[in-house]
Design a protein around this ligand. Sequence first.
Ligand code: S3P
Length: 437
Amino acid sequence: MSLDWIASAGAPLRGRVRVPGDKSISHRAVMFAAIAEGTSRVTGFLEGEDTRATARVFAQLGVRIDAPAASERIVHGVGLDGLRGSTEPLDCGNAGTGMRLLAGLLAGQRFDSVLVGDESLSKRPMRRVTEPLSRMGARIDTHDGLPPLRIHGSAPLQGIDYASPVASAQVKSAVLLAGLYADGSTRVVEPHPTRDYTERMLHAFGAHIDFAPGEAVITGRPTLRATDVDVPADFSSAAFFIVAATIVPGSDLLIEAVGMNPRRTGLLDALRLMGADITVESPREQGGEPVADLRVRAARLRGIEVPAALVPDMIDEFPALFAAAACAEGATTVSGAAELRVKESDRIAAMAAGLRTLGIAVGERPDGAVIEGGNARGGDVDSHGDHRIAMSLAVLAQRASGDVRIRDVANVATSFPGFIELAGDAGLRIESVSPTA
Ligand code: S3P
């Protein structure tokens, strides 16, 4: 279903908000609970289309998953070898995480599987996972490096020592999940440390895994034990409120219980370098992850050169950072972020096009952009079917001099169901409308 938004300058953001559960952790909680022995309870589960697609895939593979309440799943694990093959394709929807992690997990099964996705996922590169998996002995056919993935079962897997050329938690996780089914041990070394949820959670489920930033070693054929997972709020969803409260004058907003894994919070460092006023309150632990309340007050931002070392720790936050940069004084330069071109959309091109339409000058580079801060005006922009582009442009619209129509926003439901309602409660002005020609 197609949907547009009209967004325009709203009120200062005030009060408290709590954003939905972390997408990366929700995917993994269902996957690992499914192949563990016993029953696991997942609370704070993200009711987004991406994570629900993953739960549906496991149901199709013979795992009983109950949903006694919203954001809760009871997963009746079937053990490492208890999944049953499906003759139907397994539909990962829009989720790169779902498809890439499943590729690793299914490579070690005795049955064949076919993984498919929506139009956007069908254009995303899969060789980055099929190449290391085939080195382990997996047999996976792609459509010229793209989905669908045809995974042939009964391929004996061998542990490998893999130096990944890309800083990607999805690649690392796919190899480690295949490593669960492999003979011997499997080691992955990354060019830069990425989010370590797979390592932490597999350890909690009883896998034999050693890890440090940038490196993990797993031993094959463990018995995974059911473990309850309490999913913290998603930093990437909080990011839209962090930027909105920063750029809308007079704002003072508390964002509650946000996941603060250091491999996710690079945006805080970048915004602080730009002059943002963000305080971390009541730091604590939830389900083995650091969480905190974030108090964000409006601030005048100045352009910066985003330090390259921050890029992997804020890879999903660049669309939001582009919106902040559009409101800063002076230029903001992003480089070393070519990965943005292979996300749910080409996020460099999509944000550059949206910002230019709203009167902000952007110079595009192969691996980033230079954004000249200025005064945004109204206009007609396109999300390119990408949830994070839609929400970032809606945030920027809070500072625009006219209405901003954002086209094709239904995709926001993949990661942030209820976004416009929560945004409205906080003070943002965003309205859903039917698409016009
Ligand atoms: C994710 C890893 C990142 C991120 C994605 C979620 C994960 O992708 O962009 O939204 O859950 O492992 P890459 O591994 O491709 O960088």
